[in-house]
Design a protein around this ligand. Structure first.
Ligand code: FES
Length: 133
């Protein structure tokens, strides 16, 4: 065993770095989605049912059609602690982590613990395609 005091410092630093790595891996394993603005996303209008929504987890967005021909899009990153909102249940989108629910019509909170609405994205319609920015 070394008696060099700088050796202990290196070991201590390495142990600290390993602890940080373990925390990062744990956060990733809980299904938390990162905030990601991303670029434009194109989806087909036919993928969105009237009065419902479709979640596109690969793009971290959900697209709704509250009434015939009216489309809205929201971030699918929960405003509580950042989990991915994955489920549509009637007129709400649900977060699986702590049970928050968001209205499909405007992204507002229908049930906490989330306090803020899902951030809205801009939807433009061209033919059969929706472009979300
Ligand atoms: S992260 Fe969605 S309810 Fe907590």
């Amino acid at each position: 065993m070394s008696t060099d005091p700088t050796s202990m410092t290196r070991r201590t630093a390495l142990a600290g770095a390993c602890t940080l790595c373990a925390v990062a891996v744990t956060a990733c394993a809980t299904g938390q989605a990162s905030q990601n603005g991303g670029g434009p996303v194109r989806v087909l209008r036919a993928e969105i049912d009237i009065g419902s929504a479709t979640v596109f987890p690969e793009h971290r967005i959900l697209v709704t059609q509250p009434s015939d021909g009216v489309y809205k899009a929201f971030s699918a990153v929960c405003t509580h602690q950042g989990c991915a909102v994955t489920d549509i249940d009637g007129d709400v989108a649900k977060c699986p982590c702590h049970g928050s629910k968001f209205r499909l019509t405007d992204g507002s909170v229908a049930k906490g613990p989330a306090q803020k609405p899902l951030p809205e994205r801009i939807v433009s319609v061209e033919g059969n395609t929706l472009t979300i920015t």
